[in-house]
Design a protein around this ligand. Structure first.
Ligand code: EPU
Length: 421
């Protein structure tokens, strides 16, 4: 078990490159199950969730090789359509194999994901959409078993915009017979990345990037090459690292339009931001940030995956900010840990009321999930003295070489192996 030991209070400087988005890679990889051939991807981040997905795909018969952020997936010899509990319990995104396996092989069996650290995360929308496309679904021994001769096109109007349900449904509909219309589809960039890859495989999809997707199913799809988009959440996290430590840093990240809302909130708080051909610079030297409220929303709103980091930022701002999460109303396990660093935060239902304090002071804190961990690292970078962030295996699921990047920016952060849990 590893922990981070952070010596806080150091100004950062320099530039780092943003990695590929793990949430894009996690939906692109299972999409290859829709063809029989050799696919390849560039810009895949080397993080543990990717290794978990590779293990699951190998279990299904995919031949995988991964080196220097290039992933090759050969789907010519699929031997199983079953994603067992041992894989799904490690990572909920395993449920992404459901749609493609069902569409391509007429059968898929996927262990039902349980709750997660911040409460229930249902998959009812995924299952209802598969049923509309013609699947028979039963739950047996904790497994979802979905069967169908060939899926047929359908009209699906999601009551909630869901990234996962949209991804699964699009992957199923591209091989269904006839036309499908998906309304209230997720517009997150990761779904656009998926649709573009599917189109390269031969899928017919219109409305990419909008909330209405029109899909004309085809009989078969061929293998393709894809590129994972930059990670907008890593980009936002590192920009906040710059703002919170009152530093000037730059990130190499070319999808600036995908973080518009985070940039505009950072600017509202007083940070100076410029973009020069994919080099985004934040300058917060000598700036005492203003408290700025945020409410999470579906894309292009403020991402729930940036909520914890924003709370860490607001902990040292001037004034009181309310940070509400409308996507995951219970996602606040970082709050008591940030309070251990001296933050003044009150949790009221799906909202954190953050009263800015003069300074944070280093302490031992515990990671509980990926983004919560990121917020604790941010808190530690700004706190006076030493902060130890325990259980950083959560961070290792989704941030590629985060301590190397922070070290490159001048942070004093060390990974230490420990028996503490
Ligand atoms: N929802 C339902 N029923 C469903 C599916 C979703 O009620 O069948 C609800 C959820 O409870 C939630 C809302 O719909 O309130 C949106 O959830 P969504 O399905 O969009 O989330 P997801 O696909 O399970 C992905 C990301 C999450 C990110 C959310 C929201 C991946 C692998 N995960 O999850 O990322 O928070 O979208 O943007 O793409 C993370 O990276 O830390 C992370 C948790």
């Amino acid at each position: 078990m590893d922990k981070f030991v952070i010596e806080g209070g150091h100004e950062l400087s320099g530039r780092v490159k943003i990695s590929g988005a793990k949430n894009s890679a996690l939906v692109l990889m299972p999409a290859t199950l829709l063809n029989n051939g050799l696919n390849s991807f560039t810009n895949i981040p080397e993080v543990n969730d990717i290794f978990t997905m590779i293990k699951l795909l190998k279990h299904l018969g995919v031949d995988a090789s991964f080196d220097s952020n290039v992933l090759k997936l050969d789907t010519s010899n699929i031997i199983s359509q079953h994603a067992p509990y041992e894989h799904v319990k490690k990572m909920r995104a395993s449920v992404y194999v459901l749609g493609p396996l069902l569409a391509k092989y007429g059968y898929s069996k996927v262990s039902m994901p349980g709750g997660c650290a911040w409460g229930p995360r249902p998959i009812n929308l995924h299952l209802e959409a598969m049923e509309k496309l013609g699947a028979d679904i039963v739950l047996d021994g904790g497994d979802i078993i979905a069967k169908s001769k060939r899926l047929h096109g359908a009209s699906i109007n999601f009551e909630i915009s869901s990234v996962g349900a949209t991804g699964n449904t699009v992957m199923a509909a591209v091989l269904a017979k006839g036309e499908s219309k998906i309304q209230n589809a997720a517009m997150e960039p990761e779904i656009t990345n998926l649709c573009e890859f599917l189109i390269d495989m031969g899928a017919r999809i219109e409305g990419v990037g909008t909330s209405t997707l029109l899909i004309d199913g085809v009989d078969e799809l061929s293998s393709a090459k894809g590129e994972v988009i930059g990670d907008r959440i890593e980009a936002g996290t590192l920009l906040i690292a710059g703002a919170l430590t009152k530093s000037k840093i730059a990130i190499e990240y070319s999808n600036i339009d995908q973080i518009d809302v985070v940039l505009s909130k950072l600017k509202d708080s007083g940070a100076k931001i410029s973009n020069n051909n994919g080099l985004i610079e934040i300058d917060s030297r000598d700036i005492h940030p203003k408290s700025i409220d945020v409410t999470t929303a579906i894309h292009p709103g403020f991402p729930t995956d940036m909520q914890a980091q924003w709370i860490a930022y607001m902990a040292l701002a001037n004034g009181t900010a309310t940070v509400a999460d409308n996507i995951y109303t219970d996602r606040f396990s970082h709050v008591p840990e940030l309070i251990r660093l001296g933050a003044n935060i009150e949790r009221v239902n799906n909202m954190a009321i953050v009263r800015g304090v003069e300074k944070l002071k280093g302490a031992k804190v515990m990671s509980t999930d990926l983004r919560a961990s990121a917020s604790l690292v941010l808190g530690g970078l700004a706190a006076e003295g030493t902060t130890e962030v325990l259980r950083i295996y959560h961070l290792d699921r989704g941030y590629e070489k985060i301590e190397d990047k922070l070290t490159k920016l001048g942070a004093k952060i060390k990974r230490v192996s420990t028996n503490e849990f």
